[in-house]
Design a protein around this ligand. Structure first.
Ligand code: PAF
Length: 255
């Protein structure tokens, strides 16, 4: 796997593979089996697979959350190499934000709901970095996990609104054996929290109403931001102490 940190260097590689199909997976690192499955899918559907790792400051609501976000670049490189990813794009903050965060992408409707209501500005940060990365990498396909369903919808909406010449592909959430959706943040759960966390996907998958699910989660000690049904899905966000978990599932898989 080639590691590219410089935009010019990537652009000259890109020119030399102008006719190849490029599959791209943007990430914030601390990669897990969910990312690995995106890499496998990208490899099947493209000639060249590119992954980026960049922990994007403006999408974090608190600098504490940004600082606590887990990082493990050596392990990430090993995982990407074992999944035969061709290129890792690994830029630094100055490269991505030489404009000092002065130019941003804003969506004014969907981005204000659910996650956007609880994490103001979060989706500005996500859309801005994703647009920058798509403009640099210029893939044919870009792959996103459906765990962050609202993010996936917003990226599709941005691509359509700005006429970006690529396809956004959503991939099913990969789960641990007990049902917890894989997430880089799960590593912050201690053993007791990790055991308790499994109640969240179990209840979200149950045939109880959102109000009942909320009640049961609260009685188990979760703080519930929301459990709602929309976009044909049931979506939820909860806190276990300091750690926030989100998840969602297709409604027709429940009833
Ligand atoms: O889902 C993520 O890991 C991030 O939000 C993304 C899409 C890589 C943008 O930083």
């Amino acid at each position: 796997m080639n590691i590219v940190t410089d935009i010019r260097a990537w652009q000259s590689i890109r020119e030399n593979c102008a006719t190849k199909k490029i599959g791209f997976i943007p990430t914030m690192g601390y990669l897990h089996a969910g990312h690995a499955s995106l890499c496998e899918r990208a490899r099947r559907e493209n000639d060249i697979t590119v992954v980026s790792i960049f922990v994007n400051p403006p999408q974090f609501n608190q600098s504490k959350d940004f600082n606590l976000y887990p990082r493990a670049i050596e392990e990430d490189i090993a995982l990407l190499t074992s999944h035969r990813v061709d290129y890792l794009f690994l830029p630094d903050e100055q490269t991505m934000y030489h404009d000092h965060y002065e130019v941003q992408v804003t969506e004014n409707a969907l981005s204000k709901e659910l996650e956007g209501a609880y994490r103001p500005g979060h989706f500005n940060g996500v859309l801005t970095i994703v647009l920058k990365l798509l403009n640099i990498i210029q893939p044919l396909h870009a792959y996103f996990g459906e765990k962050d369903y609202q993010q996936f919808m917003l990226i599709k909406k941005m691509v359509s609104a700005l006429f970006l010449p690529l396809h956004i592909i959503g991939c099913e959430t990969i789960r641990a054996e007990d049902g917890l959706a894989l997430s880089s943040r799960n590593v912050r759960l201690n053993a007791m929290q990790r055991e308790k966390a499994a109640h969240f996907p179990k209840l979200l998958h149950s045939d109880l109403s959102p109000a009942k699910i909320t009640e049961q989660l609260q009685s188990l000690g979760f703080k519930v931001d929301y459990i709602v049904e929309q976009w044909g899905r049931r979506l939820g966000a909860v806190w276990l102490d300091e750690i926030r978990l989100i998840d969602n599932m297709l409604l027709r898989t429940i009833r």
